[in-house]
Design a protein around this ligand. Sequence first.
Ligand SMILES: [Zn+2]
Ligand SMILES: [Zn+2]
Length: 350
Amino acid sequence: MPTTPAFAAQSASTPLAPFSITRRDPGPRDVQIEITHCGVCHTDIHFVKNEWGFTVYPCVPGHEIVGRVTKVGNQVQGFKAGDRVGVGCLVDSCRTCPDCKDNLENYCVNMTMTYNSPDKFNSGPHTFGGYSSSITVDKDFVLRVSETLDPAGAAPLLCAGITTYSPLRYFEVRKGSRVGVVGLGGLGHMAVKLASAMGAEVTMFTTSPGKAEDARRLGAHHVVISKDSDAVTKAANTLDLLINTVAAPHDLNPFINTLRRDGTMCLVGAPDKPHPPIEVFPLIFRRRAVSGSLIGGLRETQEMLDFCADHAITADVEVIPIQKINEAYARMLKSDVKYRFVIDMASLKG
Ligand SMILES: [Zn+2]
Ligand SMILES: [Zn+2]
């Protein structure tokens, strides 16, 4: 089996460092990919530091992968060497459960995550992610990425993009919909771009007055400073859908009150501790809902990538060599990035 240079964490307390992994030889259904770019998601930090308690080491994170096909198996159609492709958070699922049958592999309880999942293909103790030079993936979990998109800016679409696109589509956002976005980070900036491209009137809720101008540049029509309770109160009963991207516990009640009758707040940020309790009356009296959403299925992820190509949408990124990854994590914890770090994987060979 081919060995591949990578960056791995060996324990919750050690920084990421060079490490060599093996990838399987491509089987008949496999696509072998040379990784050119990998986005850096907050989930990567949670896993590296074992903040959710189930990391297996060594841990090679990365699930916002863009690269070029180097080889395909003899049963693979639709991909050939040289094609630009992407891999997101999943590399396999059971394929037989109701969720898989509905093209919602992201809700399959037996999905194989791109990293930190048991490796059915037995090329390693568990799956290794995109902080590496190459990856071999079953054809059904490989996505096409348009040549018209900047590959670095396209990488975060594979997690941040689909995580926000999927609820916008599920809740049928269209021209004239009124959509709020809470939190202007990796997820939030994608939600603003996607919702405004769908024709929605977008309201950005941010704690940082300094981000107001940037939110407008990204496509927000209104900006509400969420620390200003009067301003939040003024936005009551205005929104059809609120995408809440904040991954820290916070009071959801003022945001629920910004929803119109039948409006929904969809949570896509995953805090490690619960939010404060939700008041019931504001839900009952306006038939409002609080919901959640996890990435998206493969079919929808391809639809999102095609939508982004049609609308020339990519993430705002800061490209780094992999040697700067530990520094990048430290900066992410201070929200010091606009709005996603992306690793230029050529740096791994250098
Ligand atoms: Zn992610
Ligand atoms: Zn399944």
